[in-house]
Design a protein around this ligand. Structure first.
Ligand code: CMC
Length: 428
């Protein structure tokens, strides 16, 4: 492999370094190209632009490979727990028992939130989407821990913010749901594991004894693992760019929550269930909806299908499809929407439109079905995604800081008016 690339433009030739990753991914480093040539590269949506060199997650979209810190997603989903995966992503190695016990203890020490946060929560109308509530509560941490505002403080200080955020996000997530349904909030129970504690705060009521179903806790824990990181996607890139201005961890992650919210990203899981319900109510005619998805004049898209990087299959979708069958079976849930999903998938996988464009079910196609079976309401689905993605965002923010990366500041090709003269309003 040559260690340089040549770009020729306007009769001039420029030599640029080539960077090769540990899995032999090749990139041309165009950092000096503009200074050399006065020319920039253009890539809306960053479809072919690497923004960083990262040692966290490896993804091969053609082969359907996803690994966190070198460990395959299949193995982690099968054998690990979400909190262990969080440790792996953030600190780079699997913890030994002693380290993990200490980490677990630290996280459980910080699950409680300041009582004044309840006042902020109460200010939200019950119609507020829980993602908006979640990002606001994350931002509010900057007010309760002003020392966290400076990310250049000591490593220990930064680590405390990391632990606090990991510990408090489940509390915020559960409370955003309580606000929606108008129920009293539940305080964390530190004798429970990370995911069970979240379920307890979400579904528990002060007037009732609530036992967390281990089947539900295990299924949710696995879903969180599958969502824990996904290299430079929309929300993660957002976290890194916001953090690159030296904004605090809480401010950067709050931005990530908002970026995740949209239906083309984390909001797809909600959109999938709404779509499947719509198809069901419409009589379940999958052929009709497939035709709509293919019609360029129709804005309808098959939600949960297609991915910017996976062009073969999404390895998370494979695991989730099986998990959906298992969970529904174990919980004795019979969801007709699962049949519609399977029907749509079967048709799409044989349809030329989807085959030619390499559109396959993504992680969100089946995750919503599991969330439904677990009793999680539709507008909380994306909150579940945020809970899962948190360690990835933290790891990426931390890596960006440790790499000393420069502020994110893309360029543009200007296509507006050339200089024109201002005309006073009465003469226009
Ligand atoms: N239904 C119908 N057509 C589609 C779909 C779809 N779901 N996805 C892509 N296409 C078509 C698109 O119209 C285009 O066709 P053409 O080449 O004829 O113009 C072609 O496939 C390429 O699509 P694109 O929009 O250029 O691809 P992209 O890489 O920019 O977008 C995507 C990726 C995920 C935004 C898109 O596939 C999509 O909108 N999918 C539905 C939303 C969804 O499920 N999002 C969740 C992604 S997984 C969770 C996460 O990691 O965020």
């Amino acid at each position: 492999m040559s260690n340089s690339a040549e770009i020729r433009i306007n009769g001039n030739s420029y030599e640029l370094p080539v960077v090769v990753g540990s899995e032999d991914e090749v990139a041309i480093d165009i950092g000096s190209f503009r200074t050399q040539s006065g020319v920039i590269t253009l890539d809306p949506g960053f479809k072919n632009t690497g923004s960083t060199q990262s040692a966290i997650t490896f993804l091969d979209g053609e082969k359907g490979i996803l690994r966190y810190r070198g460990y395959s997603i299949e193995e982690l989903a099968e054998n690990s727990t979400f909190l262990e995966v969080a440790y792996l992503l953030i600190y780079g190695e699997l913890p030994d028992k002693e380290t993990f016990d200490q980490f677990k203890k630290e996280v459980s020490l910080h699950t409680l939130v300041n009582e004044d946060i309840k006042k902020i929560l109460e200010g939200f109308p019950s119609a507020a989407h829980p993602m908006g509530v979640l990002s606001s509560l994350v931002t509010s941490l900057t007010a309760f821990y002003p020392e966290s505002l400076d990310p250049n403080r000591s490593k220990d200080r930064v680590n405390l913010s990391i632990i606090r955020l990991l510990a408090k996000l489940p509390t915020f997530a559960a409370w955003s749901y309580k606000n929606e349904v108008g129920h009293p909030v539940m305080y964390p129970r530190n004798d429970l594991d990370y995911t069970s504690n979240f379920l307890y705060m979400m579904f528990g009521l002060p007037s009732e004894k609530y036992e967390v179903d281990p089947v539900v806790a295990k299924a949710l824990d696995q879903l969180l693992i599958l969502h824990a990181d996904h290299e430079q996607n929309c929300s993660t890139a957002t976290v890194r760019v916001v953090g690159s201005s030296q904004a605090s961890l809480f401010a950067s992650i709050s931005a990530g929550v908002n970026a995740l919210w949209g239906p083309l990203h984390g909001g797809a899981n909600q959109a999938v269930i709404e779509m499947l319900a719509r198809i069901q109510q419409d009589g379940g005619d999958t052929a009709k909806w497939m035709a709509k998805a293919k019609d360029k004049d129709d804005p309808f898209r098959l939600m949960g299908f297609g991915h910017r990087v996976y062009k073969n299959f999404d390895p998370r979708a494979k695991i989730i499809k099986k998990a959906a069958d298992d969970v529904l079976d174990k919980l004795g849930v019979n969801d007709p929407i699962l049949d519609i999903a399977k029907g749509l998938e079967e048709v799409a996988l044989k349809d030329d439109y989807f085959v030619e464009r390499k559109l396959y079910p993504n992680v969100d196609f089946y995750s919503g079905i599991i969330y439904r079976a677990l009793g999680i309401p539709v507008d909380m689905f994306t909150v579940m995604f945020a809970l899962g993605r948190l360690p990835g965002w933290i790891a990426q923010w931390k890596e960006m800081r440790e790499n000393g990366e420069p502020i994110g500041r893309p360029r543009q090709v200007y296509t507006g008016s050339k200089l024109r003269q201002y005309v006073p309003m009465n003469k226009r």
